[in-house]
Write a protein that binds this ligand. Sequence first.
Ligand SMILES: Cc1ncc(COP(=O)(O)O)c(C=O)c1O
Ligand SMILES: [Zn+2]
Length: 386
Amino acid sequence: MFLTHLVCSACGTVYDAKQTLCSKCQKPLLAQYDLAAVARELTRETLRTRPDKSLWRFRELLPLPQNVDPVSRGEGGTPLLRVPRFGGQVGLSNLWIKDESLNPTQSFKARGMSVAVSMAKYLGATKLAVPSAGNAGGALAAYAARAGLEAHVFMPRDTPRANILECRQLGAYVTLIDGLITDCGAEITRRKTDEGWFDMSTLKEPYRVEGKKTLGYELAEQLGWSLPDIILYPTGGGTGLIGMWKAFMEMEALGWIDAKRPRMFSVQASGCAPIVRAFEAGADHAVEFPNAQTRASGLRVPKAIGDFLMLRILRESGGGAIAIDDDEMIRITREVGGAEGLFVAPEGAACFAALRSLIDSGAIKRNEQVVVFNTGSGIKYLECYG
Ligand SMILES: Cc1ncc(COP(=O)(O)O)c(C=O)c1O
Ligand SMILES: [Zn+2]
């Protein structure tokens, strides 16, 4: 195993693999590896020859000991597709989509949950609990079932029906809450000690982000070990953004890529845009967004524990943050669908909708290489298209 320790993302305190949050400052922990040893064992050429196309092909860069079987359903290894027709419509000549709807349970949440459930099982947890906007719950339910563990999913009552039904059909205990994901999280915090639940909330354990970082590894590999000029990522809790940024640093340390980084743009919904507000205000942390509302349920995260990390990444990368109206997301879904044959989730659609204004403002130049992350499938959000 190449995992050496965990380090607090805020105060730098060091912990072993069992720790969940920093006990000094309650901020997220990030996994650290002996990257010099990984570089001796794993090369870009070895990777190419591996028959396993799932994210577990990056085994040496994941936390589970090498001799332990992962809880897997073949997550990761999603296509990076050119989108020339939609690109042409908005005036971009080099536009791509990383289509995460092809993951098990149809969203990128599978990546994080495969790794986090594997680690939770390895470390001895038996009952896993998560607050979810929808897709994380479905992914937890799937991987917990495969691991033979209990899943307890807390979702807002108005979560898309497909997510609720999926969790139930995968054997999870589902509780619907009259409130937002933050209220679901508070309910888990209140009950977890008595119930013996292991808290799988975004960034309250360190391994979902390790699964998500494989987005960054795959992207670099698919682009011939280079990175695009610009990444647009629909941001709720921010694990994808934080995970990819971590992957870029690790890959540079491994000697797999150079120091060039994409400009990272966080895309949120106008009805819930705490990161956009904080970015525009020049703040280090985001204030809880009042009366959060959006049909892009994955973006309905009014307060995120990793807010300071997201804001740091957006600024360091020279990127930014932008909010999109729900009506525009829904409208653009059909434009992308008709041009490219992809039924994207509203969260992914938000990124496509953001392109036009970023081009108009000069933040994106027409010949730059742009990658949009479609994090889920439109098929889970049928209520949006009624
Ligand atoms: C489809 C989809 N996109 C984006 C997000 C936000 O992801 P993150 O929490 O990594 O920022 C979610 C979270 O629920 C989601 O389900
Ligand atoms: Zn700390």
